[in-house]
Design a protein. Sequence first.
Length: 372
Amino acid sequence: MITRVTLERREQEWLAPYAIKSAETKGRFYSEKEHDFRTAFQRDRDRIIHSTAFRRLEYKTQVFVNHEGDHYRTRLTHTLEMSQIARTIGRALRLNEDLIEAIALAHDLGHGPFGHAGQDALSELMRQHGGFEHNRQCLRIVEKLEESYSGFPGLNLTFEVREGLKKHARKWIPSLEASVVDFADSIAYNGHDLDDGLRAGLLEVAVLDKIKLWQEVNRYIKEKALSANSAIKIKIAIRLLINRMVSDLVSETAKKIKKFRIQKPRDFSQVGSEMVVGFSKDVEKKVLDLKAFLMEHLYHHYRVVRMTEKGKRFIQELFRLYVVRPQQLPPQVLKRVKEDGLHRAVCDYIAGMTDRFALDEYNRLFSPYERV
Ligand code: MG
C-alpha cells in the first residue's frame, strides 16, 4: 500500500527544490488529522470536486450561454481543460501537480451565472454594499459558504490552495504553482474560445489570418495536413496553438528558474513570481495579439453582447425583487440575511445560481402562469 508518508517522501525525491511540498504545508485553519493515503493537497482537490459549487460549474456560462448549444465550453469543461494544461506545465517544471490541480479546479467557483455579465451585474448591484468580485467570492465559498462538515464552515482547505486563489488581493504574490494555474487559464480560454467562436459561426477562418499565432500554425497545416477536411484542420490548429503556448511557457520558465537561481519555494521574492513564470517576449506579444483579436471579434460580437446583456437583466431584476421583499427568499437564504445582511445574502444566493436555475427562477417569479 502506498501511504501518505510514502507520497510525501516521493515528493521530496521527485519534485524540484523550488516546488511546494505537501508535508511542508502551513496547514488548515481548523486543525484536522492527516489522511492515511492522500497528501494534504490531494485531499483539498477531492474536497473541491465534491463541493456543490463545483457541480454547478456544469451549468454556468463560459462565453456561450448554456442553452445555446451542447458543444460549447461551460465553466466546468473550461476548468477541466485548464486544469489539464496546468498539470502538464507543472509536471514538466517538477512543481507540485496536486497543489496545481486543486487551485485549478477551484479557480472559477466564484463566478455567477451568465459569465462576465454576471460579474458585471453583481458588482454594480453591490457597489454600495461591499462589492462583488469573483475571485473574492471563490474564497468566500471555500472558506464559508460550502456546508459539508459539522465542525467548521467551508472546506477548510490548506493555506497554499487558498493563497493560490487570492487573485483579487492587491499584492498577490503567488507561488510558482499558482502562477502556472493563472497562465494555464488564459492558454485554455484563448484556445477554446477561438474554437467555440468558429463553431458558432461568429468567427470566420479567413479573418483569423490576422492573428500572428494563427498564421504560424496555418503554415504548418499547409505543409503537413493539406488533405484534412476543414473541421479537422481547425482541430489541428487549436491543438498546435495550445501546444505552442504551453511549450514556450515551459521552456521560458525553466530558463528563468535557472537565471534567477530559484532554489526553494518563494525564492523569487526579489524578482516576483510574475518574472519567473511567463512566455518569451515573442510569444507574449503574439498572445496579446490573439487576446485583442478575441476581444474585438468574439467577446464584443453583437450576438455575444446580446446573450450576456440578457443574462445581466435577469440578474438585476431578481436582485431587486428579493431586496424589495426578502420574504420571497427560500428559508436557508433568509437565515443568512441575519448573519451577512440582506444585500450580501442575496448576492451570495444569485452568485451561486447556474444559468439554468436563474432562468427558471426568473420564470417562476415574473411569468404570470408559472407556479412559484
Ligand atoms: Mg478560468
